[in-house]
Design a protein around this ligand. Structure first.
Ligand SMILES: Cc1cc2nc3c(=O)[nH]c(=O)nc-3n(C[C@H](O)[C@H](O)[C@H](O)COP(=O)(O)O)c2cc1C
Length: 356
């Protein structure tokens, strides 16, 4: 039986267990998007809570261990400075940023934990130059605008030329991430960021080849995935964080996401990371609040599925895996709050697993 402690192989990467620290940006980079010592400490703190006597994170099928976080996916990292979502967001838009990222990778690898990087275009949520598939105030701003700005800024509609540059930005960013030594690349397609906005009929009212039909709305996410896969090669896993339910009437729902799965896989996705909420990540809900999506997606997906959302109890994480609602489980805020969460959770679930 697959448990929280079972390793998972994705292409050339062996993830030693099923517990993932999902991308969470805390504004710890420098204003130029550089890795800072504070940012490294933040990740090391969570990775090092777990002694790794058997060197987890080894590749090519070498012995994996059940100790520690199985995988860290580093926070959303901007692919172009014009699309920064917050002042101290991490960047990957320039080669000069690679040495800092390399340091972060080395520090986490020393702990024996694999590490991925999420690359992102914030679209209508960009601080300075919001852009979108269509010139509409984003659902995110409509909901939270008053909290973050005095005006509801209308994003500029992207031209075909702009779209081609965005694809290039993503592929250059992925190339840099590979250079820096990351074990996988994750493309951000959730939480009202650009690729989510292209896929969603709520925010994409275009009438060209990037809007209208299901296939057209999916075109940019697929072109980005294809371009990223091309630069990183077959072996390095590419994850896609899918906003599988916009949670607004008329937006993307489970049916659309199920229909999109074979397209993502065909384009080169090696793992689907399930999240949702076009107004931003969901903050409330029962334990494992996105498993209603992941378990259906897992049923039809030929690639592994990761789910994150509302998990605070080790027993819930354990259950999600044993009931096959997902292949990997992300625990976000609970790990922020308690850096030792994974260590405690794994000890606890190990004893439960032995008893049952
Ligand atoms: C402070 C913070 C920053 C986040 N930053 C990102 C991010 O950079 N990229 C992303 O895809 N999700 C981000 N998220 C969403 C989390 O990855 C996760 O999906 C969300 O917190 C729900 O999981 P949880 O209930 O386990 O916290 C962030 C969440 C928090 C709390």
């Amino acid at each position: 039986m697959t448990t929280l402690f079972s390793p998972l192989r994705i292409n050339n990467l062996t993830i030693p267990n099923r517990l993932v620290m999902p991308p969470m940006a805390l504004d710890l980079a420098s204003e130029k998007g550089e890795v800072t010592s504070k940012l490294i400490e933040h990740y090391v703190h969570r990775a090092q809570a777990h002694p790794n006597p058997h060197s987890p994170g080894k590749r090519n099928g070498e012995t994996a261990t059940r100790a520690g976080i199985g995988l860290i996916i580093v926070e959303h990292t901007y692919v172009n400075p014009s699309v920064k979502a917050h002042p101290r967001q991490l960047g990957i838009d320039d080669d000069s940023l690679i040495p800092g990222l390399e340091k972060l990778v080395e520090a986490i690898h020393k702990m024996g934990v694999p590490i991925g990087l999420q690359i992102s275009h914030s679209g209508a949520r960009a601080l300075e130059t919001p852009t979108a598939p269509s010139s509409l105030v984003s659902p995110y701003l409509r909901r939270f605008g008053k909290e973050i700005s005095d005006t509801l800024e209308i994003p500029v509609e992207l031209s075909i030329e702009d779209i081609n540059l965005i694809i290039k930005d993503f592929s250059a960013a992925a190339h840099r991430a590979k250079e820096a030594g990351f074990d996988l690349i994750e493309i951000h397609g959730a939480h009202g960021y650009l690729l989510n906005e292209f896929f969603s009929p709520l925010t994409n009212k275009r009438q060209d080849q990037y809007g209208g039909s299901f296939e057209n709305r999916l075109r940019l996410p697929l072109e980005v995935i294809t371009a990223v896969k091309k630069v990183v090669g077959e072996e390095l896993p590419v994850f896609y964080r899918l906003g599988a339910d916009d949670r607004i009437l008329g937006g993307i729902g489970l049916e659309d996401s199920l229909r999109a799965v074979p397209y993502f896989v065909e384009a080169g996705v090696d793992c689907l990371d399930i999240s949702g909420g076009i107004c931003g990540y969901l903050k409330e809900g029962p334990e494992g609040f996105f498993t209603y999506l992941s378990k259906e997606i897992k049923r039809i997906s030929s690639v592994p599925v990761l789910v994150t959302g509302g998990i605070t109890q080790a027993s819930s994480a354990h259950q999600i895996i044993t009931e096959q609602s997902a292949d990997l489980v992300g625990v976000g805020r609970a790990m922020l709050k308690d850096p030792d969460w994974a260590k405690k959770a794994l000890c606890l679930t190990e004893s439960v697993a032995k008893e049952s």
